[in-house]
Design a protein around this ligand. Structure first.
Ligand code: CTP
Ligand code: CA
Length: 226
C-alpha cells in the first residue's frame, strides 16, 4: 500500500531505522539468526513517516515496506553496519530496533557443509560481531541515537547499563521473554530510558500503537536536544 508523508513531531527530519534479526551465514544453505520478527521496526518506520520524517528502513526480513519508505535490504551485521555508516552523516535520528547477532561464524564455507560418516557432534567456531550502536555512539555529532534492549531478566538494570555503555540518547527496554509481548509477538510493552529523565512506561499494546507513542517521545526528545 501507499503512504504519504504526514505532518508531525518529525517534520523534515532524516530517520534511519533498523529491523529484524541479522542472518550470519554458515555456508550457502545455513545461517545463524534469532527470533526477532522485524514487526517493531516496520511499525516505527510507518509511524515516523506519518510524523513527517524522511524514513530509511534497513531490514533483514526481505519484506518490502510501505511505498514512501526508503528500503535497504541487508543480511548480516556487517552489511547493516555498512548501510548505517553510508547514511550516518545525513541522518538526524537512528533507531536500532534490529536484533543484531552478537556472534557470527568465524568463516563462511564456500560449499555446503557435509556430515562425515560416524560424526555425532559439530562445533561451530564463532567470533564477535561489531557493536553497531556502540560504534555510532563514539562517532556521533548531532545524531540522536535510540537503542532497544532485549532482556528476559533484570530488564531495567540491564537496559540502564546499555544506555550509558553505548552512549545512546534513549534506550527502549523490551522484555522479550514476557507473555504475548516481545520477539515475534504483535504486542509489546516497553519502558523508555533517557540519561536525564524519569523512565516512561508504555503498557501492553499492539506494536503499531507502541510505535506511534515511541515516535512522539523520540521526536520531542530529539528536538529538545537540538
Ligand atoms: N546492537 C548493535 N550491535 C550489536 C549488538 C546489539 O547495534 N552487535 C544494538 C541493538 O540493535 C540494540 C542494542 O544494541 O539496539 C542492545 O542490543 P542487546 O542485544 O539488547 O544488547 P547487547 O549489547 O548485545 O548485550 P547482550 O545481548 O549481551 O545483553
Ligand atoms: Ca545482543
Amino acid at each position: 500500500y501507499v503512504l504519504s508523508r504526514g505532518q508531525g513531531v518529525l517534520q523534515d527530519t532524516q530517520v534511519v531505522i533498523t529491523a529484524g534479526g541479522t542472518k550470519e551465514a554458515i555456508d550457502p544453505v545455513r545461517e545463524l539468526t534469532n527470533r526477532s520478527s522485524g514487526k517493531m521496526g516496520y511499525a516505527l518506520a510507518v509511524a515516523a513517516l506519518a510524523a513527517g520524517a524522511n524514513v530509511t528502513l534497513i531490514s533483514t526480513t526481505g519484506q518490502l515496506p510501505a511505498f514512501g519508505i526508503n528500503y535497504i535490504p541487508v543480511a548480516d551485521a556487517r552489511e547493516m553496519q555498512q548501510a548505517l555508516t553510508d547514511h550516518f552523516d545525513t541522518t538526524d535520528i537512528v533507531i536500532m530496533a534490529a536484533a543484531v547477532a552478537d556472534w557470527r561464524p568465524r568463516a563462511v564455507a564456500q560449499e555446503k557443509l557435509k556430515k562425515q560418516p560416524g560424526q555425532e557432534t559439530w562445533h561451530l567456531d564463532l567470533v564477535r560481531n561489531p557493536d553497531i550502536l556502540a560504534h555510532l555512539g563514539t562517532i556521533k555529532t548531532h545524531q540522536f541515537l535510540v537503542g532497544f534492549a532485549a532482556e528476559t531478566q533484570d530488564l531495567l538494570a540491564n537496559a540502564t547499563k546499555k544506555l550509558s555503555s553505548k552512549r545512546a540518547d534513549m534506550l527502549v527496554a523490551n522484555n522479550v521473554g514476557g507473555d504475548g509481548v516481545g520477539f515475534g509477538a504483535d504486542n509489546n510493552a516497553v519502558t523508555v530510558l533517557q540519561p536525564d529523565a524519569a523512565p516512561i512506561s508504555l503498557s501492553k499494546a499492539p506494536k503499531t500503537e507502541i510505535a506511534v507513542q515511541l515516535i512522539n517521545i523520540i521526536g520531542r526528545a530529539q528536538s529538545a536536544q537540538q
